[in-house]
Design a protein around this ligand. Structure first.
Ligand code: ATP
Ligand code: MG
Length: 416
């Protein structure tokens, strides 16, 4: 991609009402546009990051043997009344609207009810089980507080998955394999080392649900962590007898600011019972399905990665989600020879399958470098008159600041 063809521009300042570092940097670099508090448009570069995060999640989810689908945002009131979750007293994040034709609809903040209900058409026998479905969807939530940028949106992208099982063993099998899949996702995003599977309250059947909390100063949660034992416990359960069950004492745990990047929840058979999702077991008995739900905050992760990895100069993307691997920055482009050379390097890198953002703009070096730092692509390759004379390129690794001078051959070898 040539930067002269990219409609987004970098900005010196973020909107004055934007408090969160992640959104400030993402707005300034042109990844997102703030529509209003907690609502952000994804601009081309931002969309690319989101697609990459989604692809990693998609690969790990399909390894679990689940099918991707896409549910609707508009949802019927009656369905949520059946499980007693329509009332604003029960669920405090509903956006609702009246139909002109009469009646009310809700905007999907979660999809257990509609998807469990839909599954009545597809599950009738134990032979249909186990199975899993997932989707990437814009969730709409009337959050009271929306000051954490991409980390807490009123409209945001979530991956939500739902498992359906005939027996507790089947259910447990999926639940444990999903724990591993989640940790794989976080490893691939470069945050595996300080993301913890955390014991939280609220498992319907087992004692706990599990949150995936990553260490993050800007996070809204506090998690009690014992790094050596690899135990992490949510604030809600840290004071209870549960500590004993988990084999830790309170003084072994360090209270740490964290952000919840995912969570998994076991409904047991209660949700299916409420919704009326039953199957015939091997003895022909009508039995409620075991259900679990599994969320990952896709756009929250984008914000979290910025918060965790950015430095004073700007964003630092892990290679796995960066929109492009290389930022090719051409200086002295008023010199036709340099400009042609830079064009050639751009083509050659692309021919090798390397993704490149090519700063072919007519701008001062200082401005180009500052923008490059702000954008945060993993490698900066500088083409300049000085380099041309020496027959080398300056290659800067964004995360470490390491600078190398490589010949054209060395450059291609390095990236291939
Ligand atoms: P939180 O406690 O942060 O409000 P939650 O318990 O409401 O999260 P879930 O309903 O389980 O979250 O949603 C699954 C995942 O979606 C969360 O783990 C989080 O990563 C993400 N998520 C939840 N709410 C938001 C939001 N308002 N903006 C962005 N991501 C969110
Ligand atoms: Mg919430």
């Amino acid at each position: 991609m040539r930067q002269t063809k990219l409609f987004t521009k970098t900005q010196k300042e973020a909107p004055s009402d934007e408090e969160a570092l992640n959104a400030q940097l993402l707005i300034r670099a042109g990844y997102i546009h703030k529509e209003m508090a907690g609502v952000y448009q994804l601009l081309p570069l931002g969309l690319m990051v989101v697609q990459k995060i989604k692809q990693i999640v998609r690969e790990e989810m399909s390894d679990l043997g689940t099918n991707e689908m896409l549910a609707t945002s508009l949802q019927p009131k009656e369905l949520w009344q059946r499980t007693d979750r329509w009332d604003d007293e029960k669920v405090d994040v509903w956006f609702k609207s009246a139909l002109q034709a009469g009646g009310e609809v809700g905007f999907g903040w979660s999809h257990e009810e509609p998807l469990a209900n839909m599954m009545k058409n597809h599950i009738s026998s134990y032979k249909d089980l186990p199975l899993g479905i997932y989707q990437f969807q814009n969730k709409l939530r009337n959050e009271v507080r929306a000051k954490s940028g991409m980390m807490r949106g009123r409209e945001f992208i979530m991956k939500d998955a739902y498992s359906f099982a005939a027996t507790e063993e089947q259910h447990e099998d999926f639940y444990t394999r999903s724990q591993t899949a989640y940790m794989n996702v976080f490893k691939r995003l470069g945050i595996g080392d300080d993301t913890y599977m955390t014991y939280a309250a609220g498992g319907a059947f087992t004692e706990f649900s599990h949150e995936f909390q990553t260490v993050c100063e800007a996070g809204e949660d506090v998690t009690y962590i014992n790094k050596e034992k690899g135990v992490a416990i949510n604030e809600e359960v840290v004071d209870t007898a549960d500590l004993e069950a988990l084999g830790v004492t309170k003084d072994e745990l360090v209270a740490t600011k964290t952000a919840e990047v995912g969570n998994i929840f076991n409904f047991g058979r209660s949700k299916a019972e409420e919704v009326g999702l039953f199957f015939k077991d091997e003895n022909g008995e009508r039995t409620p399905v075991w259900m679990g739900s599994y969320g990952i905050g896709i756009t929250r992760l984008m914000g979290v990665l910025v918060e965790k990895m950015a430095d004073e100069k700007g964003i630092v993307w892990p290679e796995s989600v960066a929109p492009y691997k290389v930022h090719l920055v051409a200086l002295n482009t008023d010199d036709q020879e340099i400009s042609d050379w830079a064009d050639g390097v751009y083509s050659s890198l692309k021919d090798q399958g390397i993704t490149v953002l090519y700063d072919d703009r007519d701008a001062r070096p200082g401005e180009k470098f500052a923008d490059s730092d702000l954008l945060g692509l993993p490698y900066r390759v500088v083409v300049s008159k000085k380099g041309k004379e020496a027959g080398t390129f300056e290659v800067v690794t964004r995360a470490t600041g390491e600078v190398r001078n490589l010949t054209e051959e060395e450059l291609y070898a390095d990236f291939s």
